[in-house]
Design a binder for this molecule. Structure first.
Ligand SMILES: CC(C)(COP(=O)(O)OP(=O)(O)OC[C@H]1O[C@@H](n2cnc3c(N)ncnc32)[C@H](O)[C@@H]1OP(=O)(O)O)[C@@H](O)C(=O)NCCC(=O)NCCS
Length: 333
């Protein structure tokens, strides 16, 4: 049997707390018009204090497991992608393993920010194809709200990011039913690591954490938005065309492109470059903002719920973000 990977179930969860652009206007010098015009975001979700990233992940994972008809004992391995883990270490994978009562299965953490879900999917696909595991739970989840600065000094990132989680249950298939992951393209260029990052604390510093880091603001997210934008609009289409080209396909052959929801203007640029109509490139950033590792599984989950993706449809997932890293997966849903 040729071992391939299929998505057996998918689910997502966003916390109930809606934060509109008008809410943010009360906290910082910004405007609904500025945010919508530059990013397409109207609102995002913020979890209440006490709720952690793994709490969001538990809900998304349970939804995906219900969709797949899996019980906890069916999960053989966990992959968790996030940049907002509950603890500095250990990673969220083991915390999710425990919260879901999965038994002593392995857990792997992926630190690839916006491309974390696609990188995680490629790793899961490799394990399944090799025969290491038959069933893997892959989660992308973020709790951005505690790390953002809700004042004018932090407005460049505070308006863009939101909380949420998405998950898929991945299982082995012989490919006969047409639903399977077909291939991936993965890239990075660490030359640009400091264009979108949190610089401190970190073991590059002695001491690794100090009050001055808070005072100087280097513990807050830093982003050179223009540089991110410039690279994103080139690399997104490039990596999509690469993975489609591997299979002799053109953008028009795919039922839906599900890009990482970074910014509506980036998504629009991708649509134009690929010469696709609006309905072939999914967007829900207006409602959730940028949820980093969670954005692709949330978007794919909603696209499936909305009937935009059916079993057997070709779907391309693509992402670009901090690192820089960029990546794409082609699959038949
Ligand atoms: C962030 C982004 C929306 C900013 O748009 P931009 O057109 O590049 O705007 P600039 O950064 O040049 O800022 C323009 C002005 O708006 C101001 N500004 C920044 N954030 C603001 C906010 N939330 N509200 C109001 N004004 C804001 C800036 O201070 C600047 O003011 P100045 O001209 O007086 O200096 C845009 O660069 C972008 O989309 N980048 C990609 C970001 C991204 O997707 N990141 C995630 C990748 S995974």
């Amino acid at each position: 049997m040729t071992r391939r990977t299929r998505i057996a179930g998918i689910g997502h969860y966003v916390p109930p707390g809606v934060v509109t652009n008008h809410d943010l206007e009360q906290l910082m010098d910004t405007s609904d018009a500025w945010i919508q015009e530059r990013s397409g975001i109207r609102e995002r979700r913020h979890a209440v204090p006490g709720v952690t990233c793994t709490d969001l992940a538990v809900e998304a994972a349970r939804a995906a497991m219900t969709d797949a008809g899996w019980k906890p004992a069916d999960v053989q391995f966990v992959i968790f992608a996030t940049l907002s883990p509950d603890l500095y270490f250990p990673g969220n994978g083991v915390l999710l393993q425990h919260k879901l009562g999965l038994g002593e299965v392995g857990a792997l953490d992926v630190r690839n920010q916006c491309t974390g879900f696609v990188y995680g999917l490629s790793a899961a696909d490799g394990y399944i194809r090799m025969g290491t595991f038959d069933r893997i739970l892959l989660v992308g989840a973020e709790l951005h709200s505690p790390g953002l600065q809700f004042n004018t000094g932090g407005r460049d990132t505070a308006v863009l990011f939101g909380d949420g989680a998405g998950a898929v249950c991945l299982e082995v298939t012989d490919g006969a039913d047409r639903s399977c992951v077909m291939g991936h393209r993965l890239h990075s260029n660490g030359e640009y690591a400091e264009i979108l990052c949190i610089k401190k604390p970190g073991a590059a510093n002695r001491p690794w954490i100090a009050k001055e880091m808070i005072d100087e603001g280097s513990v807050n997210p830093y982003m050179n938005g223009r540089e991110v934008f410039r690279h994103a609009i080139t690399k997104f289409p490039e990596v999509i065309l690469e993975v489609l080209g591997d299979h002799g396909l053109k953008p028009q052959d795919v039922a839906l492109i599900v890009p990482h929801q970074a910014n509506e203007r980036i998504t629009e640029a991708v649509r134009k470059r690929l010469e696709l109509p609006n309905e072939r490139v999914y967007s829900n950033i207006g409602r959730y903002g940028n949820t980093t590792a969670a954005s692709i599984p949330i978007a794919l989950s909603e696209a499936v719920q909305e009937g935009l993706v059916k079993r057997g449809d070709l779907v391309c997932l693509a992402s670009f973000g901090s690192g820089f890293t960029w990546a794409a997966t082609l699959l038949r849903y």
